[in-house]
Design a binder for this molecule. Sequence first.
Ligand SMILES: [Mn+2]
Length: 426
Amino acid sequence: MRLDKTQLHDVNKKQLDQHTADFDFLAQNLTKKGVNVHQLVQKLADFQVAIPSWALGAGGTRFGRFGFQGEPSNLEQKIDDVGLIHSLTQTAGAISLHIPWDVPSDYKAIKEVAASHHILFDAVNSNTFQDQKNAAASYKYGSLSNTNKASRDQAIAHNLDVINIGNKLGSKSLTVWLADGSNFPGQSNFQTVLNHTQDSLKEIYKGLPDDWKLFIEYKPYEPNFYSTVIQDWGTSFMLANECGDKAFTLVDLGHHLPNTNIEQIVSTLMLKGKLGGFHFNDSKYGDDDVTVGSIKPYALFLIFNALVYGMENNPQNPYPAWMIDASHNIKDPLEDIIQSLEAIQEAYAKALLIDQKALNDAQNNHDVVKCQEILQDAYRTDIRPLLAKARVQNGGALNPIEAYRALEIRKKLIGERGVNSVASGL
Ligand SMILES: [Mn+2]
């Protein structure tokens, strides 16, 4: 389904007076502080985050899965859902596909659907964490790191296939996340599996088109619980350097042990020009994949401070590929993504408010109190009218969640797809 622009306009109209009052008040205050409000709103309007195809249906846990009615059951419907989110938020201008779950049967048709929603194809993701039907070799004991050459070769060939599929759609990057690791001490030789991983990644890298990037994701544990082959940013950074200039580290917020200083990791990678991709989610304990900003919004703000600094001061680092990497057990997946997008934009806007010159002066004067005041002054500013302004400017909703509900989008999706429609690949 597609959003009725007239209906959206009617929903917005009811909130417009209040929004205008809120925006004018905030804009006046920020202008007094020397902020260029117009430029700030434009930066927010330009900021786009890719939605992964697997986040559009209800996810599950290892205990089970509770489906959500009206889920997209094919690739076209998944793109339609991203289109709906994009219409409301004007922030979700790309989709990230997962292969083999999302192999298009008709490339031309799929590209047309995406273009009609103004959706681009972002990084493509390979899958070597589960065995596919009739696969010749198994990934039970690893894929790119497996001591069995047949498994490694199959995993390399799969990644090359994924590049080929992405290339036909206009993607420009491949994300590799490995579930490889060991569950018990002594199960594998750390040096052997790392060497295999490095050699396999180099083979994949050879098949990368010139204008593509390879993103290497890391994760400290799960699904293996004793060790993972690419356990941390340092390992990913090392592998990326071994591969070459087109290989980068990908930071996923949930892929860290509790209390890791992620903003420092971001700063180091951007200084070295190696932060390629970024996955948003939030967590309390591990890789919980819950709604962005729902648990640690201040940590997200500090991370965005490092990202904004890097984007403004590190021309050696490419513009990062942003993606939401979350899963929804009980919320409407589309509402959850809308909430995540809002949280991302909020953290970004607040980070943009930080007076970098004043912060730099305070740092050089060792005025620790002032440093904290500057950060928290930005964080405590209610910038939501700026987000609303950026959305409406691009034709979106003043309040996307309210509009989603007022327009009864889920009800309409259930009407079109049925109550038992299940997202493919989950
Ligand atoms: Mn991820």
